[in-house]
Structures are given as structure tokens and as C-alpha cells.
Design a protein around this ligand. Sequence first.
Ligand code: PLP
Ligand code: COI
Length: 371
Amino acid sequence: MATPAENSLTFAHHPHPSPVAADVRAQVLANPGFGAAFTDHMVEIDYTEGRGWHDARVIPYGPIALDPAAAVLHYAQEIFEGLKAYRLSAKGSEEGGIALFRPEANAQRFNASARRLAMPELPEDLFIEAVRQQVLIDKDWFPTVEGGSMYLRPFMFASEAFLGVRPAKQYKFMVIASPAGNYFKSGAPAVSIWVSDYTRAAPGGTGAAKCGGNYAASLVPTAEAFSRGHDQVLFLDAAEHKWVEELGGMNLFFVFDDGSILTPELTGTILPGITRSSLLKLAAEEGLTVREGRYSLDQWQADAASGRLLETFACGTAAVVTPVGKVASQAGEFAIGSGGPGQLTQSLRAKLVGIQRGEIADTHGWVKRIA
Ligand code: PLP
Ligand code: COI
């Protein structure tokens, strides 16, 4: 549990002496892509066993000094989160503010990841305050492109210099920010995915945690997907290599002709996406039958062929809601729908994005206004 002192850490501010020039920033903000540009500042908080979290600060964005023996560099004791800040649409005379979407869900998942990786938890309030500080110091970094947002990357790693294999006694928590446009470069109306023969996560492993190691394991399969001309990699379950789990960085949904939608159930090997949980709720409210269960690659192909399956889409903070148009594996490939975004994919996306940007009433308390 957090001590009151940790919850009320005061953030020291050290503004950047030479931030990015306004004209250079404007160029970036007009076409940010994803994950390539970073704002002027970052947040850092230290943890020392016996002392807890201390020295919260907002400092100029830049390289960090690490001991070469820092445990993270050897045993990958690292976790992260991904969430976005949105500029709210202006309403009447009211100026649009800035909001986070369900940041407490990210704070909770961060702590679940921390427990799995034997790392200290960060008080939820401190996680959210760190993110808030990061957004506010760099609030001039919101993209000007349609659909743009500020992607936030909170992360924690073991900084203790020690080569014995045990949980470290020192950590750093940081937040960096990146102006974000579209995650997928291709600009295609629907993405193409490659079903990998590799396994991402096994029962009892770290699949449900958002730790860097999971993504390291996905890089060879991802490179393989790219080299075959696909946009994302899909992983099947580790035991039977039959059941659809998730993509390298997104969850999946299937839309059927009977008005039902299905997403793989959370069995401990897939990441419990916050977009996934939001869409489950929104779809149920639209009157759809919502199911969380198993779905095999074979059944998916058969349903696409018979017309029972109407749409498939990927979802996540970075990808938002992205239609899947083609699925390929060693066994061959199949198409879904007409290759463009399906009706439900579009309407669920519009609803989610509308709530996130303050254009549709937030009846769930998901939107946390911070400015
Ligand atoms: N699955 C994986 C492996 C991811 O990396 C992500 C992205 O964070 C998701 C699913 C979707 O999660 P969320 O909707 O919380 O962004
Ligand atoms: C996200 O959507 O936040 C992700 O983490 C996906 C990917 C960029 C790792």
C-alpha cells in the first residue's frame, strides 16, 4: 500500500533550457506518425527499497545515465503502459480542454504488471499525477492532424547495479510523451495480418503483463509479417496452436451476422486491453450480444467463407479500432468482408473516439479532464 507521503510527492520542475523551436515543432505536429517524435520534457521518479518512491521531477527530455550492471539491461525487469491525452472539442463558448481516457485503468494494469515482474507498485494517484504533469508541461505538443492525440508512455525499470538473479532494490518510473497520428503507415482501409508459428505467451508466463520481454519475443514474428507484406502479427495459443489470442500490440474482435460480437477470453496469456473492455461495454449498450470465448483459426476461416463472419477488427490505444481485411498463414490466406471497414467496426470506432474527444456524452466516467 502507498504511504500518504508517496501519494503527495511534490514534483520538482526543471524546464528545458532550449526546447524544440516552434516552427520545427509545427512541422512534426502536422505529420507525427507514431512513436517517432518526443516532446520537450519527461517525468522521472526514483524508488529505493526501504525508502519507497522519492524525488519526483519534471526534467528536460534526454538520455538517461545507467550503470552497465543495471538489472534491466540483463534480466529485462521492465514494464510499461500506453495511454493517450486528447484535446476535447470546443462546445459553444466553452473552450476545449485536455482529457485522459480511463487513466486509472492504466494505473491498475501497471500495478498488475509490476506484481508479475516482482516490482514495486506505484500508487494510482501518483501514476495519474505523473501523467498529468507530463501532458501539462508539453501541452503545446498536440498534433494538428485530424485524429491526432498525445501518446503517453509511462514505464518502470530496474536500475540497481547487481548481477545476481533476484528482484532489484532500485527502480526508475518515467513518463515520456509522443505526438501521435495514425499507427499504421500503410493508409489502407483495412490491415493485413500474418498468423505466426511462433508463440507469444504460454500459460503461467507473462502474457497478461505489459512487460518489454513480451514485445521482444514478438519481434522476429513481426519482422516476418512485415517482410511478407503484412501489417501485424497474430499469435495463437501456446498449447494447441489453434485458438486465436491477440496481435503483437492489439486485441481482436469478430462480428457475426446474428448481431453478436466475440473477443478472445482473458485466460492469462493475452493483454487485458482497456480499449477491449471499453468496446465490450459500448457494444452491449448498443444491444449486441457480446461474448468472450475461444475462437479457432479454422473456424474463423470457415465463418469468413460462409458469410457468417461479417467483420474483424483490431483494437488498442495506439491502433484505436482498425479493420482487418486479410489473414494469412503458412496454410494460405483468406479475406474478410469487402476489404474495407465494416459497418459495426465504423460505428463502434466513432462512438469510442467521440467519447474520448468529448463529442459524445461520457456516461461511464471514462474521461478524466486535466485542463
Ligand atoms: N494487446 C497488446 C499485446 C498490446 O500491446 C496492446 C496495447 O497496449 C493491447 C492489446 C491493447 O491494449 P489497450 O487497449 O489497453 O491499449
Ligand atoms: C499501445 O497501444 O499502447 C501499445 O502499447 C501498442 C504498441 C505500440 C506496443
